[in-house]
Design a binder for this molecule. Structure first.
Ligand code: C2E
Ligand code: MG
Ligand code: MG
Ligand code: MG
Length: 281
């Protein structure tokens, strides 16, 4: 009897694995097609100066809605693209679209673009992405690249060289999701960054959580000493914004200031704030 049950379990198990593999293959195929068909879109989320709510730039975030699969999170399809070897095609398409959109924004606003770990192990990344920026005609000094500690860890020497190439072209580099990876502090000592983005984990609920408050306070003070700019991610409530401001955090980003929106909605958002920006540009 137990043998039969055991066999049954194995059957169910392998059925689940088969389903899972089928879905993974479907997803991969759909992603491949979407990249070829240029169907992955990029949205933009404002980053503001906390002192006066002025917009200083936008983070580009990849968006994909497949006809059959529905909305697929970039947290799913970006790693899949890396795994299957088409991250370069994806990233180049996204950067081209994002840089193109940024051309219509006021010149003082930066574009922040996420780099994935696979891109930081490939020495050709900097020249390929800088070529796109030049082709589109975006001033590289308006570009920022967000990288995570996990990405840097894969091959620190190569990552360091890639980052140095970008920085010598005028591109700024920020450390994303700060506080959630490993050896954060060593990373800040050995690597040259321009900015640190404090992970949402320390921001949500900061107005009520003393521990988060102390941690953010320490990060802000450390960044002051290291002459790094600081952005708090994931601000959803005015009380969080207020607390972060009182702790001396310079910049913020989150649903409270604006959700990621497509290029057209982003122009509308800017037109509301800048008298010289027209939505029709
Ligand atoms: P990330 O770079 O840390 O991006 C911030 C994420 O937080 C985004 O999720 C954004 O929509 C979300 N977010 C912003 N404000 C709030 C808030 O107030 N509350 C909450 N709950 N969430 C907020 P999203 O767009 O789903 O992206 C997830 C991750 O996928 C990104 O994390 C980034 O690591 C990756 N990703 C997205 N687009 C790209 C891309 O173009 N290239 C690469 N390599 N990775 C990307
Ligand atoms: Mg990011
Ligand atoms: Mg982040
Ligand atoms: Mg994050």
């Amino acid at each position: 009897r137990s043998k039969r049950r055991g066999r049954g379990q194995i059957t169910v198990y392998s059925h689940e694995i088969a389903q899972e593999m089928k879905r993974a293959t479907q997803l991969e195929q759909a992603l491949r097609n979407a990249i070829i068909a240029d169907e992955i879109d990029v949205h933009f989320q404002p980053i503001v100066k906390l002192r006066n709510d002025d917009v200083v730039g936008f983070e580009a975030l990849a968006r994909w809605c497949d006809a059959n699969l529905g909305y697929v999170s970039p947290a799913i399809f970006v790693p899949l693209a890396e795994e299957r070897g088409f991250i370069d095609a994806l990233a180049e398409m996204l950067l081209r679209k994002a840089a193109q959109a940024a051309l219509s924004w006021p010149k003082e606003l930066f574009l922040s673009f996420n780099l994935s770990s696979a891109q930081l192990t490939d020495m050709s990344t900097s020249s390929r992405l800088l070529t796109i920026v030049n082709q589109v005609g975006l001033d590289p000094r308006r570009l920022e690249l967000e990288i995570t500690e996990t990405a840097v860890m894969a091959d620190a020497d190569v990552a360091q060289k890639i980052v140095a190439e970008f920085r010598s072209a005028g591109v700024r580099v920020s450390l994303d999701d700060f506080g959630t990876g490993q050896s954060s502090l060593g990373r800040l000592r050995d690597f040259t960054f321009d900015k640190v983005k404090i992970d949402r984990a320390f921001v949500s609920g900061i107005s009520a959580d003393r521990a988060s408050e102390h941690i953010v306070k320490a990060i802000v003070s450390m960044c002051e000493g290291l002459e790094l700019e600081v952005v708090a991610e994931g601000i959803e409530h005015p009380s969080e914004a207020l607390k972060l401001k009182s702790l001396g955090c310079g910049m913020g980003q989150g649903f409270f200031y604006g959700k990621p929106a497509d290029a057209v909605a982003t122009m509308r958002y800017l037109a509301d704030r800048y008298s010289d920006v027209s939505e029709l540009r």
